[in-house]
Design a protein around this ligand. Sequence first.
Ligand code: MG
Length: 252
Amino acid sequence: MLIKTANEIEVLREGGRRLAAVLREVVVAVRPGVTELELDALAEKLIRAGGDTPAFKNYQPGGANIPFPATLCVSVNDAIVHGIPTHRALEEGDIVGLDIGLAHKGLYTDMARTIMVGEVSTQDRVLVEDTERALSLGISATCSGARMGDVGAAIEAVARPHHYGIVRELGGHGVGHAQHEKPYIPNYGVKGKGSKLMAGMVLALEPMFNIGTEEILLGEDGYTYRTADGSRSAHFEHTIVITESGPEVLTL
Ligand code: MG
């Protein structure tokens, strides 16, 4: 369903608030030495303590051989998105993408942040900051009456001066009744082109920028996407609702 009712938006608002609170606590636990699986266990515990359901756990997208085994996607350094958490301990200088979703009263919200572990290189810090800025500019462009291309153009404009690779195969999406709904939202585009955005649409915007190539590789696990050249990648995501007075971020 493209347009959500006022009641559905109210539930999504509460779900988004809960999701943001969970991720905030997980981010506090990020430090050198913590393992990816420890972060995942914390995320699952916090979501279930609120009476909600992790959205990604046991989700099986088309083409995948196994259901996703975790609550949190943990994508370190050259991993772009959908990393399966492992026993690996985070190290100083890593950048780690944490992507999380939950279902609250049957409705889904989705968000992600890339966290710098201790001191990181200047290049990595700028990549992370630019990707986060691209998300906020993309959100600002997501207004009733605007076009899908306006959103992609706003995101792409941040990447262009830095020659970041913009992942083409993955992007944002509608969300709510399911984890992934229409429409698909590319992280590039032409202003004024594409379908019209309307109040009541609930969307997950998620720019992914690579320091190097835009080319990506899917790992043998069937989930983890990495940059083809091993360069580092950052990813930020919020779930928003378009209101008559502008975009409202639900996952704050
Ligand atoms: Mg998403």
